[in-house]
Write a protein that binds this ligand. Sequence first.
Ligand code: FMN
Length: 263
Amino acid sequence: MVVKSVTREPRAGRPGPRMVETPAGMLNAIGLQNPGVDAWVARDLPWLVARGVPTIVSIAGSAAADYGAVAARLAGRPGILAIEANVSCPNVEDRGRVFARDPAATGAAVAAAVAAATVPVFVKLTADVTDLAEVAAAAAAAGAAGVTLVNTLLGLAVDVETGRPVLGGGTGGLSGPAIRPVAVRAVAEVARALPGLPIIGAGGARSVADVVEFVMAGATAVAIGTATFTAPTTAADIVDALPGWLAARGHRRITDLRGLALR
Ligand SMILES: Cc1cc2nc3c(=O)[nH]c(=O)nc-3n(C[C@H](O)[C@H](O)[C@H](O)COP(=O)(O)O)c2cc1C
C-alpha cells in the first residue's frame, strides 16, 4: 500500500469541490490533506502494521529540508518498506515552482530524505516536464532507489454555467485511463535512459493487460490509484489473474517481459 502523502505539519487541504469526473478519468485537488507526520505515526502506521500491510510511505514538503524532517520521523519504524518522496509540490524556496519540474530541486529533496531515511527512498515524478530523464537522473544521482512515474497531470475544468473553475482549488490533477499512454511513455523514456533504475509505473492501470503494458515499457512494479474508486479490489484482482494471463501466453514470469517494448 502506498499511503497518501504525509507532511511535517497537519494540512487541511483545498476547499471543495475536490473531485470532478472527466472523460476517461478524473480531476482532483485535495491539496495534500493529512494529519501531519506525528499524528500519522501515532495513529495510521500502527493500524497498517497490525494488519501486516507492507507500506510505502509517501512524503511531501514545501522545502527540501521538510523531506529530511519527515523521513527522520519515520526512521526505524517497523512496517515501512520504503519512502516515496512526492515532489509534485510547490517549493517555497523557488518561487513556488514544483520540485519535480527542476532536476536540482528534485535532487535536493531526495538527498534530504535519503540522508535521514532508514529505508530505500523512491521519488514520484511528474510527466509535466520537458526532459523527464534529466529529472530522473538527478534523483538517482541524489540517492533515489527508484522512481515512480507518474503523478497526476495538471488540468482544469470550467463550469460553463457559472464561468468558474469546477474545483474549489482551481486546477486539479488528472488521473485514470486518460493519462495511461502518457504514463507508459514516461516509463519507457526513463527506462531507456536509465536502464538499471527500478520504476513503479502509475497512471490509469485497471487490468492485467494495463499492468503488463507498463512492465513491457520498462516498469518493475505498477501502482493502482483511480481504478480503486470504482472497484476497490482492482489491485488484488489483478494479482490473482496475472499468473493465468501469463501462463495462457506461455510466459513464465512477468519479469521476463520487462522492457520488451524497448528492444
Ligand atoms: C484522489 C487522489 C489523491 C491523490 N493523492 C496523492 C498523494 O497524496 N500523493 C501522491 O504522490 N500522489 C497522489 N495521487 C496521484 C496518484 O498516486 C497517481 O500517481 C495518479 O493518480 C495516477 O495513477 P492512477 O490513474 O492509477 O490514479 C492522488 C490521486 C488521486 C486520484
